[in-house]
Design a protein around this ligand. Structure first.
Ligand code: GSH
Length: 80
């Protein structure tokens, strides 16, 4: 699952742009497809559900996550 992290500077949490994402000005938050999740428990559950869905998808394709990683590593190695 590709992801990007964003480092906040001191005080960013109090800016209106951030408060629009997290009303209490706390971290962490997760932004995904225009949706924002906050509360670390909710974020962890969501990531777990995504991972479980990916696992089911791989199984339905007859692949294990290990094989998917190996294919991905091979693909990344191309062109080196
Ligand atoms: N219940 C929240 C608590 C988050 C929290 O306390 N975050 C701290 C950093 S670990 C924070 O942003 N503190 C700054 C503040 O409360 O203004 C969660 O689990 O996500």
């Amino acid at each position: 699952m590709p992801y990007r992290t964003r480092l906040l500077e001191l005080g960013d949490q109090d800016k209106p742009e951030y408060r629009a994402l997290q009303p209490f000005g706390q971290v962490p938050i997760l932004e995904e497809d225009g949706r924002v999740l906050f509360e670390s428990g909710a974020i962890v559950l969501h990531i777990g559900e995504l991972a479980a869905s990916l696992c089911l998808l791989l199984k339905s394709l007859g692949m294990t996550s290990r094989r998917a990683h190996q294919s991905d590593d091979r693909r990344k190695g191309e062109g080196q």
